[in-house]
Design a protein around this ligand. Structure first.
Ligand code: NAD
Ligand code: ZN
Length: 355
C-alpha cells in the first residue's frame, strides 16, 4: 500500500513576506466576531516582531515559554485558555517561533475541535475531527515541523506525536528575515536536525525517488550553509528545513532520532542538541555523515555537551533503551527488517555510553 501524502496547500516564501500575514488571514475573517490566535514564542515579547503582528480587536496573543519542549499538559492548558477567552472558536491559529511553538500551534488547533486530553491522541490517525485553520511562521530553521503531519508531545507516559492529516498546516509563511536573531549554537543544533533528517532518509531502507529528490537538495543546501558559510544562509536553511521535512515525510528518520528520543525523554535534552549528541556516536551507521557533521561543527565553532549519561542509574538507562527501541519504523528504516537481531539492548547501551 502506498501512502496518499497530505501536503501543506499554501506556502509563501521571501524576505519580508511576513508583512502579508494580514492579507493571508483576511479570507478567514468573515464576520466582525471572527478572531485569530497568535501563538508566539515569548522570546519575542517586546520585540519589533511582536509589534508587527497584524492584530485585530478581538484577536489574542498566546505567549508560550519553550524552555521545555511541548508537553500534553501544557497543550491542554493552552487549549482551555483559548476556549474560555471568547464564546466562539477562533478562525485561525498562527504559530510564530521554532519547532516547539509550531508544534504547540498545531496541537491547540487540533484540540479545539477534538474532545478530551491531547494524551488520548498521541499516536497515528487517532484524531477524529478537522482542526481549526492553522498557519506557521517559522523563526528558526531545521526541524521541518512546518511541513510535517505530526506535533511532537511529551505526555505522562510517552514522547510521541499526534500524527494525522489534520495536523498538517493550512498555510506556511517562510520569511528568512525572521531567523536573524537566532543564537549561533541554536542555529547549529536545529540546522543539524535538518542535516541529520537528510542523512537518515538518504541512507534508509525506506528510500524512494520522492524522498531522495527532496533529501538530496536539502543536503546540498545544508552544505552551502554550514561548509561554505554562504551569504544567503538564512534563505537556504529555511528551504533546506522544508525539503528535509518533505524527504522524511515519505520515508523515515533512523537510529539517531530513535536514540535521541530516549535522551530527551529521560534527560529533557532538546531535540536539536540531542540529535547532535547522538549523531556524534553513530559513526558505525552513518560514517560519511558523521565525518561531515564534525567538520561542520568545527567550522561553526559550536560544541556539544558530552558525558551526558554518566549519572544515570541502571533503571533510568533501561528506560532510555526501552524508549529508543520502541520506535520500530525508525530502526527498520536504518537497519532493515531484522533490526532486532542487530540493535540489541546491549548494543543500544554501548551507544548511549559513548554520549
Ligand atoms: P525551539 O522551538 O525549541 O526553540 C529553541 C530556542 O530558540 C528557544 O529558546 C526559542 O525561544 C529560540 N528561538 C526561536 N526562534 C528564535 C529567533 N528568531 N531568535 C532568537 N531565539 C529564537 O527549537 P527547534 O529546534 O526549532 O524545535 C525543537 C522542537 O521541535 C522540539 O520540541 C521537537 O520535538 C520539535 N520537532 C518537531 C518536529 C515535527 O515534525 N513536528 C520535527 C522535529 C522537531
Ligand atoms: Zn529531527
Amino acid at each position: 500500500m502506498f501512502r496518499n501524502f497530505k501536503m501543506v496547500p499554501r506556502v509563501i516564501f521571501g524576505r519580508g513576506c511576513f508583512a502579508q500575514t494580514d492579507e493571508i488571514l483576511a479570507p478567514r475573517r468573515n464576520t466582525p466576531d471572527d478572531w485569530a490566535v497568535f501563538v508566539l514564542d515569548d522570546v519575542f515579547a517586546g520585540t519589533p516582531l511582536e509589534s508587527r503582528i497584524p492584530l485585530h480587536d478581538n484577536d489574542l496573543v498566546l505567549y508560550v515559554d519553550v524552555t521545555d519542549e511541548p508537553k500534553t499538559q501544557v497543550v491542554d492548558q493552552l487549549t482551555r485558555k483559548v476556549k474560555i477567552a471568547r464564546p466562539t472558536l477562533p478562525c485561525a491559529i498562527v504559530g510564530i517561533g521554532g519547532g516547539s511553538t509550531m508544534d504547540l500551534a498545531k496541537a491547540i488547533s487540533l484540540m479545539l475541535t477534538n474532545e478530551g486530553s491531547s494524551t488520548q491522541y498521541q499516536g497515528w490517525d487517532l484524531i477524529q475531527n478537522p482542526a481549526v485553520y492553522h498557519a506557521a511562521v517559522p523563526t528558526l530553521s531545521g526541524t521541518g515541523a512546518e511541513v510535517s503531519r505530526t506535533t511532537v508531545l511529551t505526555g505522562p507516559e510517552k514522547k510521541l506525536g499526534i500524527n494525522s492529516d489534520y495536523t498538517v498546516f493550512d498555510q506556511v509563511i517562510l520569511d528568512p528575515e525572521l531567523t536573524a536573531g537566532v543564537p549561533e549554537d541554536q542555529h547549529f543544533y536545529t540546522g543539524m536536525d535538518c542535516y541529520i533528517h537528510c542523512v537518515e532518509s538518504l541512507a534508509g531502507t525506506y528510500l524512494n525517488e520522492f524522498s531522495k529528490a527532496y533529501g538530496e537538495k536539502s543536503l546540498a543546501l545544508c552544505r552551502q550553509v554550514f561548509l561554505d558559510r554562504h551569504p544567503d544562509a538564512a534563505d537556504k536553511l529555511m528551504m533546506a528545513s522544508f525539503f528535509g521535512g518533505m524527504s522524511i515525510a515519505y520515508s523515515q528518520v533512523g537510529a539517531c532520532h530513535a536514540l535521541s528520543y530516549g535522551l530527551s525523554y529521560l534527560l529533557g535534552i532538546h531535540h536539536g542538541v540531542g540529535c547532535c549528541i547522538t549523531f556524534d556516536a553513530l559513526e558505525e551507521y552513518y560514517p560519511d555523515g558523521v565525518k561531515e557533521f564534525r567538520i561542520m561543527m568545527e567550522k561553526t565553532g559550536v560544541d556539544i555537551p558530552r558525558n551526558v549519561v554518566k549519572d544515570l542509574s541502571d533503571k533510568d538507562m533501561d528506560t532510555m533503551i526501552t524508549v529508543a527501541l520502541g520506535l520500530d519504523p525508525l530502526w527498520e528504516n536504518c537497519l532493515g527488517k531484522d533490526w532486532k537481531t542487530i540493535m540489541t539492548r546491549d548494543k543500544a547501551r554501548s551507544l548511549f555510553l559513548k554520549m
